[in-house]
Ligand binder design. Structure first.
Ligand code: FAD
Ligand code: SF4
Length: 516
């Protein structure tokens, strides 16, 4: 059908909405409707974004624009390097509305509360109706989560996850029972590599950047030269075909071992047996249904053990959907949750990786190199340290949102402020994830290459995690005393001789002064 100059619906597509079959296209009429997208500086600067994260979003957006055009859809697209661009999404949209004079706007619900507000405000300012469609990428809706949550005293992943397994018929027997007789095989999935290490790991897939991606890499290197992180190792899927290759590679080479070693860490091995698909999922280059089907298929064929497959599916079908529900149920107040009243600044080494704590230099170093760290590194290394130090959860959130290629606020914020910092006082996690350096010692080989001793809490060679762990418990004793799951840990503080605890707290005060 020939395209008209008149624009009926201007379809706003955001940088993390790169599926061409979203609900907003069900009634798309190529004769009258136009896809609108914009690269704007503010989305890379509102937090001090890692170069690789900026490059991934822009490269994937440009490929998406090209796919839409191949489908015969008209796309109005503003590149960052076009002259005279607006600073924010709202300003860019307002300028396009003025020029194109659409009758109405449409979009899929945004992945970030702030962005949703901006688009709604731009529509209101222009006096245009805005239709917001449900995001069909997810296996549950925000309303379903709210129904699940209504009237419950406590939210827990496990019950929501079971509901979704039943609803979508995932890993069930013919009579609707959980495969293998248990819903959850987490207890089998906490292995470490031991002294022998991970051995010959399968190398991750690699993606040759095409001209369009190379242009973006050049643009980002020049325009965001002072931003954190490196582009030297940029190797992330930027199109659906590449995301599919990442999935194929994981199912064939890593899934069987994923479960057992999903919590393990090893120096200079950033990827281990993880899937590396979070950025592809979050940009909507990959459909989570397909990911779940492929993993379940591997189990049914006997190619991967149940504990691994269930452990993996629990992340994608369970945690991923659950955190989204928590986010939308709790915004915008969640941004400022600070149940432990932590106020310290984030230590400067989070932006450089320069610290003599080997676990942190490893986890931050690979984050700056690749924009990636796996779950336990994020939770029990880079998350644990600020929790124990008492860093303001908002500052921790801004760092995580900036530095990971898969960071989108709906998934990042509950994981950081809730799960890792306990800022929500127990919505995401039933107790703070606090531990000494001995946990890191058990799950990795980091401590072997460190000047500190994870078993020591006081003295110059005491592991800062261990020192700060005791200080954290002593400091937050009152706040945590009502939590039954903390009682054993709190009793252990009471058992510490007063002089020992005083020495630990003196050392903690030195550390806090050092990192302030
Ligand atoms: P795998 O370990 O192979 O897991 C498979 C998939 O499960 C992931 O790709 C992801 O889609 C999903 N998943 C796993 N754990 C979670 C979880 N806790 N919440 C939601 N989905 C999960 N994930 C993000 O996608 N973006 C973030 O910004 C983000 N920030 C995090 C911050 C903290 C403090 C913590 C503790 C976790 C965070 N996560 C985040 C969750 C998790 O760490 C990443 O999804 C995972 O490390 C991505 O690597 P992968 O694809 O190799 O995952
Ligand atoms: Fe990290 Fe402490 Fe181990 Fe050093 S000793 S690597 S600081 S846990």
């Amino acid at each position: 059908m020939p395209q008209s100059n008149r624009v009926r619906t201007l379809v706003v597509v955001l940088g993390d909405q790169l599926n061409t079959d979203a609900a907003v296209f069900d009634a798309f009429d190529a004769a009258w409707d136009v896809v609108w997208m914009a690269e704007v500086p503010a989305e890379s600067t509102h937090v001090w974004t890692h170069k690789a994260r900026i490059a991934l979003f822009l490269a994937a957006m440009r490929h998406y624009r090209d796919r839409q055009r191949v489908l015969g859809r008209r796309v109005v697209y503003r590149q960052l390097d076009d002259p005279g661009g607006a600073e924010t999404l709202a300003d860019a949209l307002a300028a396009s509305i003025k020029r194109l004079e659409p009758e109405r706007l449409a979009m899929v619900e945004a992945g970030e509360w702030r962005v949703q507000q901006q688009i709604e405000q731009a529509a209101a300012d222009a006096g245009l109706p805005l239709t917001v469609h449900t995001d069909r990428h997810f296996l549950s809706t925000v309303d379903e989560f709210n129904e699940h949550a209504e009237g419950r005293k406590q939210l827990r992943l496990e019950y929501f996850y079971r509901e979704l397994r039943r609803k979508h018929g995932v890993l069930l027997t013919d009579d609707g029972q959980p495969e293998g007789g248990k819903w959850n095989y987490d207890a089998d999935n906490r292995g470490s590599f031991g002294k022998a290490g991970p051995g010959g790991l399968p190398p991750p897939e690699s993606y040759q950047p095409d001209q369009s991606t190379r242009d973006v890499l050049k643009l980002v290197a020049e325009r965001f030269a002072d931003h954190p992180g490196s582009l030297d190792h940029f190797d992330w899927p930027t199109k659906p075909s590449e995301a599919e290759r990442a999935l194929d590679d994981f199912i064939a080479n890593r899934l069987p071992t994923f479960g057992e070693y999903q919590d393990a860490m090893w120096a200079d091995e950033p990827f281990l047996y993880h899937s590396l698909i979070s950025s592809s999922l979050n940009l909507k280059l990959l459909d989570p249904r397909r990911v779940i089907e492929r993993a379940e298929g591997a189990y049914r064929r006997g190619d991967a053990p149940l504990a691994s497959v269930e452990g993996f599916i629990r992340q994608v079908l369970g945690w991923r959907e659950y955190v989204r529900g928590v986010y939308w149920r709790s915004m915008p107040g969640y941004l400022d949750r600070n149940a432990l009243q932590a106020t310290a600044p984030l230590p400067g080494f989070f932006w450089t990786g320069e610290t003599d704590m080997h676990c942190l230099s490893q986890a931050i170093g690979q984050t700056l190199d690749h924009g990636y760290a796996h779950h336990i590194q994020r939770l029990m290394v880079t998350g644990l340290f600020p929790l124990l130090l008492g860093v303001d959860p908002r500052a921790v959130h801004e760092w995580y949102l900036a530095v990971y290629v898969d960071a989108v606020e709906w998934v990042e914020l509950p994981n950081v402020v809730g799960m890792s910092q306990y800022g929500d006082g127990g919505v995401m996690a039933s107790k703070p994830y606090c531990a000494t350096g001995k946990y890191i010692q058990r799950m990795s080989n980091y401590c072997g290459g460190c000047r500190y001793n994870p078993a020591k809490a006081a003295g110059d060679d005491a592991c800062p995690f261990t020192t700060l762990y005791w200080d954290f418990l002593a400091r937050n004793k009152k706040r945590l005393s009502g939590n039954n799951r903390m009682s054993l840990q709190l009793k252990n503080v009471d058992r510490k001789p007063a002089d020992e605890l005083a020495a630990i707290r003196d050392r903690a005060a030195e550390l806090k002064a050092q990192f302030a």
